[in-house]
Design a protein around this ligand. Structure first.
Ligand code: RB5
Length: 142
């Protein structure tokens, strides 16, 4: 189950992401927001992070205008590794190296074509499981 959250700056792009996940037959839980009206991104960053910490969802996708505020919010939670990605290379690398559990994007930064490729790369790339990467991830929590 993929947890989804956005603010007004990410609302439009999130509709594209939802359509794409449906076409791929991937299940998601939408934590809002529910329209293009101005809202506060921390509300949605927290909901998605909590759903992952609780084990309700395995991964998350967060979108605000830049992807910055909502990823900063999510990264306050222990065990959350939210990666702000603007290209497929970083989306792949953050799965391989950081075992990132949340993909963050900026709805005012990336267009839908690139964003959906980033989503696919993020969701389809497994963690490498390499000892050095496990060690470094554990050091984040220390
Ligand atoms: C909202 O205008 C904007 O500040 C927000 O979407 C995000 O970019 C914050 O980091």
């Amino acid at each position: 189950m993929i947890a989804l959250g956005c603010d007004h700056g990410g609302y439009e792009l999130m509709q594209e992401v939802k359509k794409h996940l449906e076409e791929r037959g991937l299940e998601y839980k939408d934590f809002g927001c529910t329209g293009p009206e101005s809202v506060d991104y921390p509300v949605y960053g927290k909901k998605v992070a909590q759903a992952i910490v609780d084990g309700e969802c395995e991964k998350g996708i967060l979108i605000c205008g830049t992807g910055i505020g909502i990823s900063i919010t999510a990264n306050k939670f222990k065990g959350i590794r939210a990666a702000l990605c603007t290209d497929c290379f970083t989306a792949e690398a953050t799965r391989l190296h950081n075992d990132a559990n949340i993909l963050a994007m900026g709805g005012r930064v990336v267009g839908p074509g690139l964003a959906l490729k980033i989503v696919d790369t993020f969701l389809d790339t497994p963690f490498s499981g390499d000892e050095r990467h496990i060690r470094r991830i554990n050091m984040i929590e220390d």
